[in-house]
Design a protein around this ligand. Structure first.
Ligand SMILES: [Zn+2]
Length: 395
């Protein structure tokens, strides 16, 4: 692997501001031109607006099952962050490469692209597929289009490597996520007449009586979360070894002397493989639907609760004994396995029957922050991994 080539590709990739709210088509066009120069065919999988696209390319004989190298092209915003240098211009200092997306995860994408000439030179017997997505950072959305496309392939890939930053440690698991946006509607009136209104906020909170009803759902989420801590199943490979639940945003009310008729909030569950995030979400829903809503509607028929899926992704739980894990350990040159707190596209591939692991250069500690960087040594390690994959595919 030519690390100088990886750095040069990374420099180009970082130059595109592919913050998830923006189009990624300029970057995709650059990758297409790069592959065109090497004579590699590629296919776009656009989103419905036509402003973003995934890219899939295959090097080698597609009639044989091969391996996917998967990465996302979007990055998180730099808004409000204090960078020492332009985040969209790769800067090299002390063996580190600074730029938005350097570690999460344009560094990996750059290594994959830099390896294409080597892949072509080696006449692969098993193909290597490149799969680059959009909108990973906003809920693993783009990759769904790639997975849909793979379903139509007559020959299914053997396995997928998702190159999120793990310092090239082989990661075999991450939690599933299910998040919900809830809207509680009541009936408004002046607070001095409060007993006449179904106080959307007040019906619930035992602590602040202006936030009662939504808070009863929130307390339900918390009760479940506490149960998971107390007696839920455990997976010791996670730092937080059990499933979790939590409520984030809450909006409700406009003034103290008005009984609020609207309260919205969002909650989530993140589950280990032994728990089902949908079952936990259903538990909250049936409490809201069967216990709380009838009480509200008895007073005000227009009152009620709406629950809307906000985002979700499947978990990853690849068996340590599986072939893909054995190969990944050999390619990475290390035996230790981990499970990580953050979600990745690997769960989506795995849910569709493609054995997957997460293994990529750089550290998640630097992701999403000001002065995000990747060490040059990490790109070198990733290069060795891909070299060994190429060896494997050509033997
Ligand atoms: Zn990422």
């Amino acid at each position: 692997m030519d690390t100088a080539r990886s750095i040069s590709v990374l420099e180009s990739l970082v130059g595109f501001d592919t913050t998830s709210r923006n189009s990624n088509l300029a970057l995709i066009g650059w990758v297409e031109a790069y592959l065109d120069r090497l004579g590699v065919a590629h296919a776009r999988v656009p989103d419905e607006t036509g402003t973003k696209a995934n890219l899939i390319a295959t090097i080698g004989n597609a009639d044989v099952p091969g391996y996917i190298l998967s990465g996302h092209t979007d990055v998180v915003p730099v808004d409000g962050q204090n960078w020492s240098s332009d985040p969209f211009r790769l800067a090299q200092r002390d063996g580190r490469l600074y730029g938005r997306g350097a570690t999460d995860m344009k560094g990996f994408v750059a290594c994959c692209l830099a390896a294409v000439p080597d892949m072509l030179a080696r006449k692969l017997k098993q193909p290597i597929h490149l799969a680059f997505s959009y909108d990973e950072e906003v809920g693993c959305i783009g990759v769904r289009g790639i997975i849909d496309r793979l379903r139509d392939w007559p020959v299914k890939p053997v396995a997928c490597f998702v190159g999120e930053p793990t310092c090239m440690q082989v990661v075999i698991g991450h939690k599933a996520k299910r998040s919900v946006q809830a809207t509680v509607r009541g009936r408004t009136c002046h607070s001095s007449l409060a007993p006449l209104g179904v106080n959307a906020v007040e019906f619930a909170a035992r602590v602040i009586d202006a936030v009662e009803f939504a808070a009863r759902v929130i307390v339900k989420v918390r009760d479940i979360a506490e149960r998971l801590v107390r007696e839920g199943p455990r997976d010791p490979l996670y730092d937080v070894p059990h499933s979790t639940g939590h409520t984030g945003l809450v909006h409700g009310g406009s003034a103290l002397n008005i009984v609020p008729d609207l309260c919205t909030f969002e909650y989530e569950f993140r589950t280990i493989a032994a728990d089902d995030p949908d079952a936990l979400a259903r538990e909250v829903e049936s409490y809201a639907r069967d216990v709380l809503e009838p009480q509200m509607k008895a007073v005000a028929p227009e009152a009620g609760i709406t629950l809307r899926d906000r985002s979700s992704f499947p978990g990853l739980d690849t068996a340590p004994s599986s072939d893909i894990v054995g190969l990944s350990r050999a390619f990475a040159g290390r035996n230790d396995l981990a499970k990580v707190a953050f979600g990745t596209e690997a769960g989506g591939y795995a849910a569709d029957g493609i054995a997957s692991v997460v293994v990529g250069p750089g550290s998640i500690d630097q992701a999403h922050k000001a002065d995000e960087f990747i060490a040059v040594s990490e790109l070198e390690k990733c290069g060795v991994f891909i070299d060994r994959l190429i060896d494997h595919c050509s033997s």
